[in-house]
Ligand binder design. Sequence first.
Ligand code: ZN
Ligand code: ZN
Length: 248
Amino acid sequence: MTGQNVTQVLHVLDKMLSCIAAAPVDERKAAAWRRRLKSGQPAIDETEFPVTDAAYFLIGIARHEQGRDLTQDAAEQLILHYLAEQAAGALWQENGIAAKLGEAWSHLACQTALARAAETVAKNIPLADWQHRECPVCGTLPAFASLEGEGGQRSLVCGSCFTHWRFKRIGCAFCGEEQPEQLRVLTAEEFPGWSAAVCLTCHGYIKTADLRQMAVRPGWQQAALTTLPLDYAAVRWLDNFRSQRATS
Ligand SMILES: [Zn+2]
Ligand SMILES: [Zn+2]
């Protein structure tokens, strides 16, 4: 899927989101989220993945992008296959959609549904005490960090549901390394305000948006795609670093 197609699909999803009411919150469920969080586990578990919502978004995309009407049943099957990382070529074919395109749609539909569920969780339970590197809502590792306010307080942003949570300012977000000589910050002129914080200890990196230098807060779902050149740069830099070390 090209960048333009993705933008178009994100636009469809945005419109769909603005047309649906916020999901009602079940108090018992919220209590269970709080309990899990308190014991150091992400609030929602796999069984709570919003499959029905993801199917709803998938149906909307297929209709808008290719005039195809997926049934709820077919859409749920496709989403479940996607989540289980099972190939669903025949199923897509039956519905007149190229599997590769369908997979990309499923990815965006699942992301949007999970982000919506996560918003509900974050609105209903406090995440302020969470200090782990994994997402407090879904347990995924962060894809982004953001800096804001005086002193540039850092938050991490989940790569799956885009929940953000406070995290200590100094050190690698993955392994905790704090030695300055092990940490590097890569910037690129094409991405003002963005950097990649690279760790030479675990060879991880995290794309960081300095919100103090940005007029508007980035849309994370879109940023995941538009900042891909920063990923390439960080990976290339780490590869070079490794090969230099191997030969020295
Ligand atoms: Zn998450
Ligand atoms: Zn590290």
